[in-house]
Design a protein around this ligand. Structure first.
Ligand code: ATP
Ligand code: MG
Length: 292
């Protein structure tokens, strides 16, 4: 069944409260070693499922990742997709929009990066930035040249959210299976990870002054995330708000949801046409006669 059941599935009725969503794993979570072994198994399952997805060539799988800085998007994408065939995967990281991108509607740049049938596409950040960072910093709207008298009102954001909801429904109807992950890291864990980036020379390159400044807007981000997840977690494009304070638990949880989602699809290797099959014996004889 898509969406697959999970304690982290964001309800479809708008009742989601981010303050109630766990950031730490449950107390009875498996040990680190067990989670790593489980992730290895899921990696193998995903590799097998990807082969059928590709051969079947009816569905595309789109995985959307959103999170606060240092929540672990990159590492999760790397570890969940490890083992898949790179030829059938594509990962795009969306940064601040270019002037060409700003000259189009906000869905244009993401639409261009959608996975083709048979493929797995990953969005590291996505169109959701338009209702997250832009909502927290409405001054960015000035650069968008919108034909709207007053952008940034409550009504403006709800129209944007409903545009996203409708667009994702269209994707689902036309064969793109959309699964969205919010990696839910706590403010304290983010602080510890930023400190580690300062302390450990190998991590210094990841340190970004702007990220620390952005922390000041934490509560505004949480409000924007809650509004976005409530308005757009739908049966055709579910959100999962996955606890992110423990990376092993987060990665195994995400991988499990991805594997279960693919398993819930009616994937199959394409049937061989009877006219082709009828010639198998003839072709075998031909190849065998050419041997040695
Ligand atoms: P890393 O792990 O490498 O830091 P990142 O995703 O944080 O990855 P950055 O280049 O540090 O990448 O940041 C990208 C920035 O672009 C983020 O601050 C994000 O909020 C911003 N951004 C993305 N999309 C938009 C958008 N549509 N409008 C404005 N800002 C955006
Ligand atoms: Mg960054």
């Amino acid at each position: 069944m898509h969406p697959v059941p999970s304690p982290y599935l964001v309800p479809f009725d708008g009742s989601f409260r981010l303050a109630d969503a766990p950031q730490a794993p449950p107390v009875d979570a498996p040990s680190e070693k067990k989670l790593e072994d489980h992730l290895d198994d899921l990696n193998e399952e995903l590799a097998d499922l990807q082969r059928v997805l590709y051969a079947h060539n009816r569905y595309a799988l789109l995985l959307v990742f959103q999170a606060m800085d240092a929540a672990g998007k990159d590492g999760t994408i790397r570890k969940v997709l490890r083992g898949t065939n790179p030829a059938g995967c594509q990962v795009f990281s969306f940064k601040k929009p270019s002037s060409e991108e700003l000259d189009h509607d906000f869905l244009w740049r993401v639409a261009r990066r959608l996975p083709e049938r048979g493929r797995i596409g990953v969005f590291n950040r996505s169109h959701y930035e338009e209702v997250l960072v832009v909502r927290v910093h409405p001054e960015y709207l000035a650069g968008q040249n919108l034909p709207v008298a007053e952008p940034g009102t409550e009504a403006f954001w709800s129209r944007r959210l409903s545009a996203i909801e409708t667009w994702e429904r269209h994707l689902a109807d036309t064969g793109t299976v959309v699964v969205k992950f919010f990696l839910n890291v706590s403010r304290e864990e983010q602080r510890q990870r930023f400190l580690a980036r300062l302390d450990e020379p190998d991590k210094n390159w990841k340190f970004n002054v702007g990220d620390v400044e952005e922390r000041r807007h934490w509560d505004a981000y949480m409000d924007a995330y809650e509004a976005a997840l409530s308005a757009t977690s739908r049966p055709w494009a579910p959100w999962y708000a996955v606890p992110a304070d423990d990376k092993d638990y987060m990665r195994a949880t995400v991988a499990g949801i991805v594997v279960d989602t693919l398993k819930s699809l009616p994937l199959a290797y394409p049937p061989v046409a009877e006219s082709d099959r009828a010639r198998f014996a003839e072709m075998r004889a031909l190849l065998e006669a050419q041997g040695g």
